[in-house]
Design a protein around this ligand. Structure first.
Ligand code: NI
Length: 385
């Protein structure tokens, strides 16, 4: 078996890109990944997953994990590249095809040094990152059992090729959603005094919610609250009886995250009851903030520098990433690597530079054995990871 060439890595990426599949429907993708791995006799773990693949290379202890996400988005690709999506309305617009081909390359590199690997490396090809439930599926299936550290990457279209960033502590946010339902009383638009106008109350709720982060939490804490849907009414001369608002709250601090639903509830019920309406809040808890283990973040940056990346300490972001679930169970770190796309993530013309792939393969191929050696050393010396 020979190491995959850059052309091979790119051809895997293009095949994945042409055949994107939505979250939890990555059937053909999983088959492709399995067959590419099995061609090189890389062993797969029988975890009974519906979609997704878990491979393992090496023997004995310790055990670390690498993760790539494999799902695509419901977006119609507008690029004119010959390898553009062949599935109308589905597109690898977040570059998970890039992440997958990187980890395929890493698997082949590690396979070649399997006998000298100081432990085992498990590679998680994870489904359903975009819907934030893939990591939990893998954890429930046992993919994290015995893992002592985990690493992953996301391409960053706003960074140039050859740049890698991460930071210890919070990198991405807690991602929660909410739905607010208002019950008023319908009336003729010409006689509002006979009804309870959900549109006026809803508007006041939107405005009040905008003040909540700034007036209930320290300005030194990061809190974003966005209302993203405001739905009521059917016509021009009727005041609607019901109204629905939807939105998201992003935070880094768990105490603030926990406090927010009650504050929203009190606020909306106060406003609604002032008008005789009723307001209810449905809180939809999403993935937790992604908190990198500081010493693994330092390790990842140091190694990146040694392998030729320009490195910077990342700024925390308000987006979400379901890699966070793994980091709630085991230490590790997640890194951003420049992919220099003129269009951002989730844009229909997103077009990452494939030059990101080969250096990232080299990087993680070095990172895995170095991390294994460090884990062994730390457990021998009794140090906390
Ligand atoms: Ni993504």
């Amino acid at each position: 078996m020979s190491l995959p060439s850059t052309e091979q890595l790119i051809s895997w990426r293009r095949e994945l890109h042409q055949n994107p599949e939505l979250s939890n429907h990555e059937f053909a993708t999983s088959e492709r990944i399995s067959s590419w791995l099995q061609q090189s006799e890389i062993r797969l773990l029988p975890l009974g997953l519906k979609t997704g693949v878990v491979a393992e290379i090496g023997h004995g202890e310790p055990l670390i994990a690498l993760r790539a996400d494999i799902d695509a988005l419901p977006i119609n690709e507008t690029s004119e590249r010959p390898w553009k999506s062949q599935q109308p309305g589905v597109m690898h617009a977040c570059g998970h095809d890039i992440h997958t081909s990187v980890m395929l390359g890493v698997a082949h590199h590690l396979k070649q040094q399997e006998n000298s690997l100081p432990g085992r490396v498990r590679i998680l090809f994870q489904p359903a990152e975009e819907t934030f439930n893939g990591a939990r599926q893998l954890i429930d299936a046992g993919a994290l059992d015995g893992v002592q550290a985990i690493f992953g990457m996301h391409n960053a279209p706003d960074l140039p090729l050859g740049e890698l960033r991460t930071r210890g502590g919070a990198l991405y946010a807690n991602v929660d959603g909410f739905t607010i339902r208002l019950q008023g009383k319908g009336a003729h638009a010409a006689r509002p005094q006979e009804g309870i106008d959900t549109i006026v109350i809803g508007s006041q709720i939107v405005t009040a919610l905008q003040a909540l982060p700034a007036r209930m939490f320290s300005s030194l804490e990061s809190v974003v609250l966005s209302v993203t849907r405001f739905t009521a009414g059917n016509t021009w001369n009727v005041l609607p009886q019901q109204l629905e608002l939807e939105g998201t709250v992003r935070t880094h601090n768990d105490a603030i995250r926990t406090a927010i639903p009650d504050k929203i509830r009190t606020l909306i019920q106060g406003i609604a009851s002032g008008y005789g309406a009723e307001a209810t809040l449905e809180w939809i808890a999403g993935p937790p903030a992604l908190i990198n283990t500081p010493r693994w973040a330092e390790f990842a940056l140091q190694l990146a520098q040694e392998s030729g990346y320009r490195t910077r300490v990342a700024s925390p972001q308000m987006g979400g990433e379901d890699f966070a679930f793994y980091l709630h169970h085991v230490p590790g770190t997640f890194v951003s690597i420049g992919s220099a796309s003129p269009y951002g993530l989730h844009h229909p013309a997103f077009d990452p530079d494939e030059g990101i792939i080969a250096p990232a393969v080299n990087y993680f191929s070095q990172l895995a054995p170095r991390a294994l050696a460090l884990v062994s050393h730390r457990s021998e010396t009794g140090a906390q990871q």
